[in-house]
Every structure is written in structure tokens, then in C-alpha cells.
Design a protein around this ligand. Sequence first.
Ligand SMILES: [Cu+2]
Length: 66
Amino acid sequence: MPSLTVSGMSCEHCRTAVQKAASGIPGVAEATVDLNSGTLTWKESAPVDVADLKRAITKIGFEVKD
Ligand SMILES: [Cu+2]
């Protein structure tokens, strides 16, 4: 599964916010955050614009690393 490292996530609220932001991107079928590793993974139902996904996460206050 494709993934991104997201820093700044510390609790369930962060997890939910990032999963929700990711789910709003076209093509993201299911987004999952692992808080321990700070990783967002997702399943694609169509090609995903990763730049768009990164922007959505940055916009809600988290930092995305490649
Ligand atoms: Cu939090």
C-alpha cells in the first residue's frame, strides 16, 4: 500500500483528522494512520494525486515527509 510519513500526530484526534482529510481525496478508498510510526497508508480505488493528498494534510496542520 502507498504510504506517507506524517509528523505532529499525537493522539486519536490527530489520527481521525488525518484519516478524514486523506479520505476526502479522490481515489482514496480507505485511509489508515499508525500513530506509533507516524504513517498514513491508503488503499486506492483510482489513481491518487499524492501532491493533493499532501496538501490536504498540511492544510490541517501536520507536516508530511516523503
Ligand atoms: Cu492529537
